[in-house]
Ligand binder design. Structure first.
Ligand SMILES: Nc1ncnc2c1ncn2[C@@H]1O[C@H](COP(=O)(O)OP(=O)(O)O)[C@@H](O)[C@H]1O
Ligand SMILES: [Mg+2]
Length: 257
């Protein structure tokens, strides 16, 4: 067994006196795992992800991120639900931003920016402005901007929730392909059972009040999967199994809406 990339040990996060957003979360994530955090709204998925990213302090417990080695230069990158692009800058400049902030010259960065734009299918749009792009294309820019720093760990917080289903399945396939090609460790937050089952090598089911890990489900189906699997009876069986586990963790009032 290799050393985990991410190690959460009894991590707790409170907001004020009454909200226990994440309670006593212990979790080891191995290199190359594609882990989904799956659960209803309010179960602490975003809070857990932000603590892993170092964007939010823990109230108790520890989170260790293994130090970067080899080709990757950065430990982690974060993709939010909103693409949050700079509207006045071209696609190229939006993706160049993190490298520019790290002090890299434009000429030096150009091959890297163009390579990652090619990976997400946006070569022809390098000089376009965000307002001219569809929602799916904006999200591709956001993913390229995260990947251009060559992180080992990619954290994604419901990145495709606002997209239509066709676009969403295309982006699902692209993210899995990138993760596989680049040997990334991914944590993907979603409240969609189908998305979690399709994407993941492992699903962490979370429950609310207090936010906690309710189940840790390794997925047996070989990864990555393809579009044929998405419509297969085996996929439906897996989705049913995970859905039953998820339902078992829900409160009655979670089921109201
Ligand atoms: N900054 C904050 N201040 C107060 N309460 C918060 C804050 N962020 C999250 N919470 C609360 O913590 C709980 C978990 O929230 P969150 O991690 O956003 O859940 P999820 O991402 O699973 O929907 C919720 O009850 C939410 O209202
Ligand atoms: Mg959230």
């Amino acid at each position: 067994m290799t050393a985990p990339v991410i190690r959460m040990d009894r991590v707790t996060r409170r907001f004020g006196a009454n909200v226990l957003a994440v309670d006593n979360m212990t979790l080891d994530i191995q290199p190359g795992e594609f882990v989904s955090f799956l659960g209803p709204s309010g179960c602490g998925k975003s809070t857990a992800l932000k603590m892993i990213a170092g964007l939010l302090p823990v109230s108790a417990g520890t989170i260790e991120i293994a130090k970067s080695t080899g080709a990757s230069e950065h430990d982690l990158a974060f993709v939010f639900q909103e693409p949050t692009l700079m509207p006045w800058a071209t696609v190229f400049d939006n993706v160049f931003l993190p490298l520019r902030l790290a002090g890299m010259k434009r000429r030096e960065a150009e091959p890297r920016v163009m390579a990652i734009l090619a990976e997400v299918g946006l070569t022809k749009f390098a000089q376009s402005y965000p307002r001219t792009l569809s929602g799916g294309m904006k999200m591709r820019v956001s993913i390229a901007r995260a990947m251009v720093t060559r992180p080992r760990i990619l954290l994604m917080d419901e990145p495709f929730a606002a997209l239509d289903e066709m676009t969403r399945s295309k982006l699902n396939n692209d993210v899995v392909r990138l993760a596989k090609e680049l040997g990334l460790t991914v944590i993907f937050v979603t409240h969609s059972v189908f998305e979690a089952v399709y994407l993941s090598t492992r699903i962490i089911v979370m429950a609310a009040r207090p936010g906690r890990v309710a189940a840790d489900i390794p997925m047996q189906t070989p990864w990555p999967r393809d579009e044929n699997w998405r419509t297969s009876p085996a996929f439906a069986t897996e989705a049913q199994r995970v859905s039953d586990i998820l339902k078992g963790t829900l409160h009655v009032d979670d089921l109201d809406h």
